[in-house]
Structure formats: C-alpha cells, structure tokens
Design a protein around this ligand. Structure first.
Ligand code: HEM
Length: 417
C-alpha cells in the first residue's frame, strides 16, 4: 500500500467524487465504504485542492505524534493569501487557542490545563452528570408521549452544555446562545467551508469573544472559588501583565467550551443511532453493564465526532513513501484510520466486546484535554438509558449537517415505548 501510494497516479476526480459523496446525506449516514475507497487509493492521497489526505492508522498516528508535523499556527496562516479563509476573523481568533499552537507556546499553555479533569474533579462532577442525565431523560419521556421526540435536541445537545456550564459556573440562561455560537464557529474548522459558512463562523466568533471577555472581566472583578477565577490566579503568577493573563484565560475558557460542546453532543447522539442499528449489541450490553466503558470506546472508534484534523510539514518530509514539501498540509482522516483493517481486525463490525483502539481524541501533544469528561458523560448516559429506557428506538432516519470535519446529527426522532 505504501509503495503504491508513491508510484500510482491518483485521478483527482475520483477523490473529488468520494468527498462530495461523503458530504451528501447518504455519505453522512454511512461514510465507512467511502473511507474504505479513499484508503484503497493509498495511505497518503493527494487532495485535489493541494495538500494530502492521510487515511491509514499508522500514518495518521505518526503525523499527530511527530514534532515534524505542526498545527496550523499563526506563522503558517500569515503566509496564506490575503482574503483567503485563513485571514477571516474566525481563523485569526483560533490562532490563540491550544489546538493551533506549537511548542514552546503550546507547552506552556497546555501545562496550565493538563490536569483540569483529574480524578477528584471527575468524582465531583459525576453526581451532577448523573442527575442531569436523568432529568433530560425525564424530559425525553414527557416529549415522547404519543409522538416522537428529538433525542439530539432534548438530550445529546443538552448534557454537554449543562455539564461544562456547571463546571465553569455559567448561567443556564446562556446555554442556548453558547450552543448556537459553537455550531456556527465549527464551520471555520471545516475542510472546505463555503463563503456563507465562513460569514456565519465570523459572526459566531465575535459573539464568543464578547461573551467570554465579559465573563473573564466579571471573574476578575469578583473572584471566587470557581474554575475561571482559579485560572486567573494561576496566570497572574505566570504573567506580570494582567491584560495578557486575562487574554490567556479568555482563550482557554472560550476554547474549552467550543471544543467540548460540538464533539460531546455528536458522541451522545451518535451513540443512540449506532446502538439502534445494532440491537443485538444493545441487548448484550444491557445484560453486561460493566462493559459500558468499552462500549463507549467502540462508539468513539466506529464513528468519531471529529473526522479530521490538519497539520503542515515543518520541512520537506516523506510520509508512507509520499514526499510532502515543507509548508504543505496533511489532513488526518480519523474515522478512516479507526477503520484501518491493518490496525483493527474486522474493523467495519461494531463490536462492544472488543478493546477498541482509536485516535478519536487525537494523539501526541494535542491529545484531547477533555477526553475523560466526554467519557464520563457518555458512560453515565449510556448506562442510564439502558436501565431506564429499554424500549428506546429510532423511529425515523437522522438528519446531518453536511460536514467533513465535525459530525453533527441535527435531528434524531426516537420513541421510548
Ligand atoms: C467526544 C468528545 C470529544 C472528542 C471526540 C474530542 C476530540 C478532540 C481531538 C481529536 C483533539 C485533537 C485535535 C488535534 O489534534 O488537532 C482534541 C483537542 C482538544 N480537546 Fe477535545 N474532544 C472531545 C471533548 C472535549 C471536551 C469535553 C473538552 C473540554 C471540556 C475538550 C477540550 C479539548 C481541548 C482544550 C483540546 C486542545 C488540546 C491541545 O491542543 O493541546 N474536548 N479534542
């Protein structure tokens, strides 16, 4: 596979056709055969617009772990043409966030949040997650009545925002606004955003800046025993200039919220959809609830909330036999990698009894900060649903946003009896 990638000429029309099918509703519903077709083209496939798509598990892992491959930082973005997607306000704003920083800046900021979800914090959050999961399922049952209820809106979208909002001490009346802004800003991180999507992302990022700047200012004025006041105290010891400290805390708070909402909501709703298509797995799990954590890992492997991340080559490099010139981007296709048969036998089978290996939380220095919180939410919700709602089933096909990076089921009609 590796040598064929370097010697075979790949028809760009084939790649374009596969990507446009991935964006279609049919592709969103069943992307696996399309990723398999991309993988058959090679581990590293030239993208028609420049750059490369990385399809194999080993190559994706190498890109994410190796210091040779860098996040799309300010220096890289500054070299793109003025007026391109990289000079939009939403792109510029992301330049300050962890995910677009490289060492040494990344190392310094990452250190300040590495332990935010340590065991003690998770143990403190667990009762809230359990209570909220139960309340949301009560609401689902009420709405389900005789008609269908939308699991995505009533549960999948709510648990992450209530959890992270509670953790950061945000007012519940702000949750709908934060969800809407987060959905819209995600376009700035899409593979091929349209102009309309970029305008929506720009608008959203202005709203996020306004919201989180005001939040940091409030905590600065009235510090308390909350997470953001704690970050301010920590950054005051690192930065002599308070304005700089405030800016760091702003970027952390804003990014933690947007990083947690889109992804965790996708995981929770996808989980219900995936089990609905594999009822025998659901029945087995109901009899073996101790396997819930493994089942969550398998859902993450099978259909990750984030399907791609991007890096650029810090110098002329060779990846799986393919030369990649300095500055060129590579998109690691996380879902394709999770289904790489050389890494996972029978990879297209959803099997909650396997020890799933995946890179759905990334790998290397940018490995997800909130993985344990996402696992907690998904595990609690899955265990509660299996116990309380044995008849939960999907009654109409879901609808998706046509995206290639952040998955989003916009509607999942369910019945509970
Ligand atoms: C199922 C849910 C989640 C998934 C699938 C997910 C996935 C990811 C992935 C793939 C990355 C690496 C991106 C890259 O390498 O370019 C990442 C980074 C990150 N995630 Fe998550 N995430 C989830 C939930 C969360 C939550 C709940 C939080 C916080 C509360 C969070 C905060 C972050 C942060 C701050 C980073 C940046 C880390 C860095 O660059 O050093 N994520 N996430």
């Amino acid at each position: 596979m590796q040598s064929s990638a370097s010697t075979t000429v790949i028809d760009s029309r084939t790649v374009v056709a596969l990507l446009s099918r991935l964006r279609s509703m049919a592709g969103q519903a069943d992307p696996l055969p399309l990723y398999a077709s991309l993988r058959e083209l090679g581990d590293v496939v030239p993208a028609p617009w420049g750059g490369y798509l990385v399809t194999g598990h080993r190559s994706c892992d190498e890109v994410l772990r190796s210091p040779d491959w860098l996040a799309l930082d300010q220096a890289w973005r500054a070299q793109r043409a003025e007026g391109s997607r990289w000079s939009t306000p939403s792109s510029r704003e992301l330049e300050q966030t962890l995910v677009t920083l490289n060492p040494p800046q990344h190392t310094r900021i990452r250190r300040s949040v590495n332990n935010i979800f340590d065991r003690g914090t998770l143990d403190t959050l667990r009762p809230t997650v359990e209570r909220v999961a139960n309340e949301l399922l009560d609401t689902l049952v009420e709405h389900a009545g005789d008609a269908d209820a939308d699991f995505a809106e009533l549960v999948g979208e709510q648990l992450p925002v209530v959890t992270v909002g509670h953790w950061l001490g945000l007012p519940p009346e702000d949750f709908d606004l934060l969800r809407a802004l987060t959905h819209a800003q995600a376009y700035a991180q899409e593979l091929l955003p349209t102009k309309r999507q970029l305008r929506a992302a720009d608008h959203a990022i202005r709203g996020l800046r306004e919201y989180f700047t005001a939040l940091v200012a409030r905590r600065r004025a009235e510090p308390g025993d909350d997470v953001i006041s704690g970050w301010l105290r920590a950054w005051d010891t690192l930065e002599p200039d308070r304005a700089v400290a405030d800016e760091h805390v702003y970027a952390l708070a804003m990014f933690v919220v947007i990083a947690s909402l889109e992804t965790t909501s996708a995981l929770l709703t996808t989980m219900v959809w995936t089990f609905d298509r594999h009822p025998e797995q659901r029945s087995w799990l109901r009899e073996h609830p101790a396997a819930v954590p493994d089942a969550v890992e398998e859902v993450l492997r099978y259909d990750p909330p984030l399907h791609l991340t991007t890096r650029y080559a810090s110098r002329d490099l060779v990846l799986a036999g393919v030369p990649v010139p300095r500055g060129e981007v590579v998109h690691t296709l996380l879902c394709a990698a999770n289904h790489d048969p050389s890494e996972t036998p029978d990879a297209h089978t959803f099997d909650v009894t396997r020890r799933a290996r995946h890179i759905s939380f990334g790998s290397g220095i940018h490995y997800c900060v909130g993985a344990s919180l996402a696992r907690l939410e998904a595990g609690v919700l899955l265990e509660t649903m299996l116990r309380r709602l044995p008849a939960l089933r999907v009654v109409a096909p879901p609808t998706w946003e046509p995206r290639l990076a952040f998955r989003r089921i916009t509607r999942l009609p369910v019945s509970v009896r």
